[in-house]
Each structure stands twice: as structure tokens, then as C-alpha cells.
Design a protein. Sequence first.
Length: 309
Amino acid sequence: MKREERFSKTFFWVVNAIGFAFFVAMMAFATKYDLRINHALSDGDSFFADLFAIIGEFPAYFAMPVGGVIVFFNACLPTEKYQRIIVRIVGCLAVFGGWFFFLYAGTKLTEVPHLVGFSVIGAAGLGALTLWVGSLIDKEAMRKLFKYGVFLIVFTLVTLAVIQTSKNIFCRMRYRDMLKEGNFDGFTPWYKINIGRENPNPDYHYTSFPSGHASSAAHVFALCVLCDIYPEWNKKTLRVFANVCCGVFTVVVAVARIVDDAHFLSDVLVGGYVTYLIYVVCRYAFFGKGKYNFRIAENKMTEGEDFGQ
């Protein structure tokens, strides 16, 4: 094993061990001071909070269309016709489905009339535009990104399932709804399970824990996988810089959600960290231990090996 590879692995485990210890410490702190932190940081009219309420969701919502268009234009890889058709369908569903949920469920600057119709029409337009842009990209570049496209789709779907299931299990009341009530009787600690909780006010959303925005923001770590794909980017300084930038972005979005009265500290900690763990597992499953060595793939392309076209 080369010295640089040994350094990268050691650095990875050391940083993640420190990160886990920090997460545990912060969760202990949040368990005791969740409500007080919101009292101190609350600012429902913050432009900073409103801005990152929108931007913070982009990584998760954009991952599906990007992954879908990559998969769609790799339908030539399977040898069987029915397999190629399935790949096309999966790619289309990811592209249009991703844009639909972005328009339907994403945070908006203003209320949108006829939301379902707006989302369907908007998804069709954005989807068509995405596929057109994808058609302009070099086929060899698309082929090289095929597994990355599948990774984006799997990572997003698994994370969505985990976060949404957790929300339905814990049914935690949001801080902003407590402010509307004028009291904090509805506050529950993050570890209290409230399946089947009765909602006295249907206008309130008991989905505070874990934070979907912090989870969406943590999807930005998927960009770091590009360092696994392109050998010229696989440098420790670039990897460190990319991970730091992604971490800072996730933290900023998490803080913004507390300021916006949408979440507690424990909500954003779990939403962001659980998503990061899913990212690490998916990345290892797809790219760990040379499972997708692109240098080898490039050599095969150069030698003229058939890739199913």
C-alpha cells in the first residue's frame, strides 16, 4: 500500500472518530439544552434562515435528476433489449420524479396555487431540459459516471426512507408551533417515541425530529465521490478541502433551521449525521476497495473492449 493511501485511510478513520465523539457530546448537550438553545437563537424573520431554508434542500433534490440523467444515457451498457428499456425507465423516473418532489415539497418563497399541477408541468419542463443537457455531454464521460448516477439515486432513496420513517416514529412537535400556542407544553425530548400521537391542531406538523433540511444539506457530500472517479482529483489536499466545504455548508444549514424556529439542535444533529453515515456506507458499497477502479475502466476503453454497445 502506498504511503499516500495509508495516510488517506488513517486520516479518514481519525477524522470520523473525532466526528463521532463530537456528535455524541453535542447530542448529550442537546438533550439537556434543546429548548434553551431555541429560545436564544430564535428569529423567525431572519433572511439568513429563509435563504438557507431554500438552498439547504438543493443537494438532495438535485441528486435524483442528476443521477437519473446519467443512468438514462447509459442504457446502451446492458446487452439485453429489455434491460436497456428498464434502464431508460429508471433514468426517466429519477429525473422527472426528482424535479416533481423538488417543486412539490421544496421550500418556496411564496405560496403556489394548484401545487400538484404546477409540480407536474414544472417537472416535465425541467426534466426535458435536463435530458437535453445530458444529450450534449460526451458519451465516454457519461459512461464513466454511470455508477455515480446509480449511487446518487440509491443514496437519496435510502436516506429519504430512513429520515421520513424516523419522523413518523418520533412525531416531535416543532418549536415554531409551540410559539403559536404560546406555551411549550408540547415539547418532548428527542429520544421519546410518539407513534400515533394525537395532533390537536391539524395545521401543525409533528415532524421536527430528525431534520429533513439538515439531511438534505448533508447530501452535498456526494460531490466528494467525484474524487474517487477522477484520478487527477484523487489528492489528499483536494479531498480535505471538499469535505471541509461540505461540512461547513451542512452546519450552516443546520444553524439556519434552528434560527428559523423549525428544528431543535438534536433534530439537525441527527438529520445531518445519519445522512452522512448513509453516505459513507453507500460510498464504500459502490467505490470501496477498488469496486469501481476507473483507471482500469479507462484502460479497457483505450484497448477497444466492448462495453455492451
